[in-house]
Design a protein around this ligand. Sequence first.
Ligand SMILES: *Cc1c(COP(=O)(O)O)cnc(C)c1O
Length: 455
Amino acid sequence: MKQTKFILSEKEMPTSWYNILPDLPKPLPPLLHPGTKEPTILPPPLFPSAIRDQEFSQERYIEIPEEVQEIYRTWRPTALHRAYRLEKALDTPAKIFFKYEGTSQAGSHKPNTAVAQAYYAKQDGIKRMTTETGAGQWGSALAMGCMFFGIELKVYMVKVSYNQKPYRRILMETWGAKCVPSPSPDTEIGRKILAEDPDSPGSLGIAISEAIEDAGPRDDTYYSIGSVINSVLLHQTINGLEAKKAMEKADAYPDIIVGCIGGGSNFAGLYLPFVKDKIEGKKQNLRIINVEPTACPSMTKGPYAWDYGDVAGMAPIVKMYTLGHTFIPPKIHAGGLRYHGMAPIICHLHHLGLVEAKAVPQVATFEAGIQFARTEGIVPAPEPNHAIRVVIDEALACKKSGESKTILLAHSGHGHFDMAAYDEYLSGRLEDYEYPDKLVKEALAQLPVVDYAEA
Ligand SMILES: *Cc1c(COP(=O)(O)O)cnc(C)c1O
């Protein structure tokens, strides 16, 4: 019998997250305060104390609270699959594995951090949280997390998505969250933008500003972010630690790990425990490929520079590959892959030569997603389609060279709420977009001037 799924028992689920900070060959650059431009921490009135500690912790393994583990076990451990049917269709000697996060109740990896963040807020006696969401993946994941801990949630959803994509909004409301289109009349910044342009379609940058403005002055409210920061990547390592154990059960170790990156949390969560092996010199040939859209090529076209985390320049300044905080994302379907920067940990690893990056155009990613759906049966979200494109290309390269490499795909979620995008592809209306170099240059002229000298 060929074994197709490698699943840990609930008892085998990891009970700690892996923190890569103490294992980095060079320390991660700090966050800088947007005003003083001196090293800073996550703003205390907005984040749980535990999250602020985790952000710069030097502890290698951080225990997952028992109550968070209990909720994780409602869908975790998630399965590692061997994609025999895709391998056969490609006629490749490569062995393709994928770790699938689409079986969480929200359909993606995002609840791994949403549940932890809601738990820590509850520990601090917080009754209410705010956040922003684009197409609704993050808003719905946090709605589920808050539901489990009895926390009220208000989600500012980018207006154009709120109007065009109602299903994730309804999902949030089903779990008990309140969701408003952003810009909204509920905040000062929202009212200001609406006064200037009542038809503003909104943007993630505006929604972030609204969520922060709402939480800032209130003692009972925290703000929450779904990707990019160190603690979010930390919470996602539950997936990589499971993957490592499951690969052992499959008696395999990857030669190549591939995933998609928006803010970078799902993919880093999968690969950080494997990067540890690489840093320790045990797996020097391991390749890790971060895949992004050609429409939002921060890693492949942006410089490694200090930039603001948000549009308004209110968030800390971060050292990262960036398209500039004034970057306006083109309307591509992978809504989760449109941030102007990237998780500092991923950028640092790339700068140190430990991981690679690649950009792929949209139409080819859907072609790959369809091939995945027609072999493995799972309809992937548009985000992991980017990674699947590169997995297929690497598997086809193996066919040419005759090498039997082991490829591990981070499959971050299903595409059941993204059928309109599939419809566009299937009817031939989907188009490619390459972000112009000229716009990158223009946006980079707006980078903050920082004279902080790294050790
Ligand atoms: C949000 C999302 C992403 C991108 O976010 P990361 O923080 O880069 O992981 C990728 N895939 C899915 C399914 C998502 O919902």
